[in-house]
Ligand binder design. Structure first.
Ligand SMILES: Nc1ncnc2c1ncn2[C@@H]1O[C@H](COP(=O)(O)OP(=O)(O)OP(=O)(O)O)[C@@H](O)[C@H]1O
Ligand SMILES: [Mg+2]
Length: 462
């Protein structure tokens, strides 16, 4: 029988050491030694691989052309939460491993409780493993979520942090779907590292995966991620799991977005929008209508016609430009990339006559939505220019908000982005007749002239 021992392996150069050290003796890197487990054949001492050498070469495996491989079409498990199913590519694939990451308090437990409740209501066997909350706490949440479609109170719960107990329960019950909340709280007794350390998290996930694939149990692993994504855990699991979902938004805001960062069984372009309510997370299917309805139409506001995967979404982008006491001035963003704002400000200053040099610039995508596409550039540029000139886009008192989309090039030109027709259709659906986009204006300067009227023409002349 194989016995196992622990070793510490440098994650940079692969050097193995019998005990933990702050600095790797191999490559001199600091804090790179990670605890791992090695199995050695019984009675065998020495380097890994010695056992195989003693036993001779392994027999060659038989290989098959893919045509002859029998792949049964197993139907996906529908969680009953349309947005979650869509992001997963049409539901959970039996036996797959899905990692759901998100910052604390964002609603990971709520979403997974709801998914299991829906699966339980449709006759699937489930198990909710929690290393963070007691069964009583989980029940209180489940009471909020319970409905005829979501039998959250019927879901069996195991409040446990010992990995062996969790694996044994999984193998015995063999549920269709299991949630492990969270992967950082489970503890593998063979490793001395604290729960949540890189070695522990990797071991826990690998062992769960072995059992899940063998018993065809679909697993939803919940993982905590800090805003920087730096916490030990989820990042090291991304290669291991089939699907990585990121639940993002701000705790104090209503809207949360679910995105696939990796999906072996579907597109990573999809995103779902949810709203946190007292009875759980509610899918927001009319997000565009809400954001357009709430748009302020004041100086510094524009509606961005963006794409969330294959779905168009209208969101309000707001900017504020104010004089600054600080050197260098502040550049504060919420919902867009900070570097993207720097690029847009540079192009505005150099090619469109709108300089914000010594002023503070704040840009916010309303509702806690995050936009991660170059198509947002033009909307950001228009919002900043409108704020800087203190002139609303579309005239002094626009009846309807102005919409925009398009990429801003470094030479001041506007570049087209994908799905223009769908973005325009979505804007038209909500009556937004003034849409500024690359097909109507070749340069950022022209776009500003069209959108800001007199103030824009002043920019053109500058
Ligand atoms: N009664 C309620 N009404 C509305 N929202 C609530 C209610 N109770 C909790 N919430 C919301 O649910 C959020 C917590 O949800 P949940 O426990 O699912 O988050 P989590 O991501 O699992 O958090 P953690 O990282 O602590 O495990 C809170 O931040 C709060 O916004
Ligand atoms: Mg939780």
């Amino acid at each position: 029988m194989a016995k196992s021992s622990t070793t510490y392996v440098c994650s940079d150069c692969g050097q193995a050491e019998p005990r933990w050290m702050g600095q790797c003796p191999g490559c001199q890197a600091w804090s790179t030694l990670v605890e791992g487990r090695v199995s050695a054949p019984a009675g065998g001492r020495g380097a890994p691989g010695a056992g195989r050498a003693a036993a001779g070469r392994a027999a060659a495996a038989r290989v098959l052309p893919l045509r002859d491989v029998i792949a049964a079409r197993v139907p996906r498990l529908h969680t009953g939460i349309g947005e979650l199913d869509r992001v997963l590519g049409g539901g959970i694939v039996p036996g797959s491993l899905v990692l759901l990451g998100g910052s604390p308090g964002i609603g990971k437990s709520t979403l997974t409780n709801m998914a299991l409740g829906h699966l339980a209501a449709s006759g699937h066997t489930t198990l909710y493993v929690s290393g963070e909350e007691s069964a009583q706490q989980i029940r209180l949440r489940a009471e909020r979520l319970e409905s005829p479609a979501c039998r959250a109170l019927d879901v069996p719960v195991l409040a446990e942090t010992d990995l062996e107990t969790v694996l044994a329960t999984m193998e015995t019950l063999r549920p269709d779907v299991i949630v492990v909340d969270s992967v950082q709280t489970l503890h593998a007794a063979e490793l001395s590292g604290a729960p949540g350390s890189v070695g522990q998290v990797r071991e826990v996930a690998a062992r769960i995966m072995q059992v899940a694939k063998a018993a065809s149990v679909a697993v939803l692993l919940v993982g905590h991620v800090t805003k920087e994504g730096s916490l030990a855990g989820p990042r090291v699991l991304e290669h291991l799991v089939d699907c990585v979902l990121q639940f993002e938004g701000e705790r104090e805001r209503t809207y949360r977005t679910l995105r696939a960062l990796k999906n072996r069984f579907g597109s990573t372009n999809e995103a779902g929008v949810f709203e946190m309510r007292s009875d759980g997370l509610v899918e927001v299917l009319d997000a565009s209508a809400r954001f357009v309805g709430e748009a302020t139409r004041k100086a510094g506001s524009v509606v961005l016609a963006s794409m969330e995967g294959t779905r168009p979404l209208l969101v309000e982008v707001q900017a504020l430009v104010s004089s600054s006491e600080l050197v260098p001035p502040r550049r504060v963003v919420n919902g867009i990339d900070r570097n993207r704002l720097a690029l847009v400000l540079a192009v505005l200053g150099r090619h469109a006559g709108v300089g914000c040099g010594t002023a503070d610039v704040f840009v916010n995508v309303v509702g806690g939505v995050r936009v991660d596409e170059p198509g947002a550039d033009l909307a950001v540029a228009l919002a900043v220019a409108s704020a800087q000139r203190n002139v609303p886009l579309g005239g002094e008192a626009p009846m309807l908000p102005v919409a925009a989309f398009g990429e801003v090039g470094l030479t001041g030109e506007l570049r087209s982005v994908g799905h223009s027709d769908r973005r325009l259709e979505e804007a038209a659906k909500f009556g937004l007749c003034q849409v500024i986009h690359p097909a109507g204006a070749a340069t950022l300067r022209q776009a500003l002239a069209g959108a800001l009227g007199e103030a824009g023409r002043a920019a053109r002349a500058a």
